[in-house]
Design a protein around this ligand. Structure first.
Ligand code: ADP
Ligand code: MG
Length: 275
């Protein structure tokens, strides 16, 4: 099968400091992949380079085998930025934000058309927040803002959506709901790549994970890559891994933590049960 997205020998950096060297990564149609690594390890930089938002120092990005020209945005790719990077005082409603995804599709600056409004409504409905269509985005909760941006990405009918830290909300219930929604969209055929620094509530629930720390460390199913050795290489700290039925639980720390976790495992499992 041909990859939908391919990163070849990619090198990126800012000013004179490289962030990562020689990254090679293939994403296949239908995958739901987590890009996992600590803060500052280059996840957003990789996502922005894939999207053509920053210029790589070397290497290339290919979509369906076609090389992306430097400085251009790829077609049929949706992007959900990190909510922390968005200016929420900008006076637009949820519906208007989603409609912006339509203009990007038309590639012209024009007044909104009726069909754009209908499409925006349809996708707000798909992500479960049609009822807040007329609210200013600044008045929405973090979880709702995330869904507005997801609807904006989906309205362009992308083949693949890239989400940067979509589960950074501290509310476990909101994270849970978003992961379910993404799993549903993936079941319907959408290819998804999302970044996260969160191991337990996000990464261990994804079918495929890429461990990243200023370069690719490992990739595979969570049970294959979440080993103490790979986690230490990824997060630069000692980690303890527990397997309980079909669940994986990860904590940083050594032996004393192992005892603590074994004693509290039933409670932790109840709290962390996400998907
Ligand atoms: P992550 O998304 O994994 O937290 P980033 O890709 O945002 O990591 O950042 C990787 C490194 O690049 C960090 O050291 C960060 O400080 C640096 N960096 C990110 N954006 C810029 C920028 N615009 N200018 C200079 N350095 C940056
Ligand atoms: Mg980031």
């Amino acid at each position: 099968m041909e990859p939908i997205l391919e990163v070849r020998n990619l090198v990126c950096g800012y000013q004179t400091s490289p962030v990562f060297q020689q990254v090679n990564l293939s994403i296949y149609p239908g995958q739901l992949t987590g890009l996992v690594g600590p803060s500052g390890c280059g996840k957003s930089t990789l996502i922005k380079a894939i999207l053509g938002l920053i210029q790589p120092w070397a290497g290339e990005v290919r979509f369906r085998g076609k090389r992306l020209k430097p400085g251009t945005s790829p077609p049929k790719v949706g992007y959900v930025p990190q909510v922390e990077t968005v200016d929420w005082s900008f006076p637009v409603t949820a519906e208007e934000v989603v409609m912006m995804g339509c203009y990007q599709k038309h590639k012209i600056l024009s007044f909104p058309q009726k069909r754009d409004r209908l499409a925006a409504r349809e996708f707000l409905h798909r992500v479960g927040i049609e009822h807040i269509a007329h609210k200013p985005i600044g008045d929405l909760s973090g979880g709702q803002q995330q869904r507005v941006f997801l609807a904006r990405a989906l309205v362009g009918k992308p083949d693949i959506v890239l989400l940067d830290e979509p589960t950074s909300s501290s509310d476990l219930h909101v994270q849970h709901e978003l992961l379910h929604l993404l799993a549903d969209l993936n079941q319907q055929g959408l290819t998804i790549l999302l970044s996260t620094h969160d191991l337990n509530s996000v990464a261990t629930h994804l079918p495929w994970v890429v461990c990243f720390n200023h370069g690719l460390i490992a990739q595979g199913q969570p049970e294959q890559v979440f080993t103490p050795a790979i986690l230490e290489q990824t997060f630069g700290a000692e980690m303890v891994v527990f397997h309980h039925e079909d669940r994986i639980l990860i904590a940083s720390g050594g032996t004393s933590l192992r005892h603590q976790m074994q004693n509290n495992l039933p409670q932790i499992l109840r709290q962390e049960r996400i998907l």
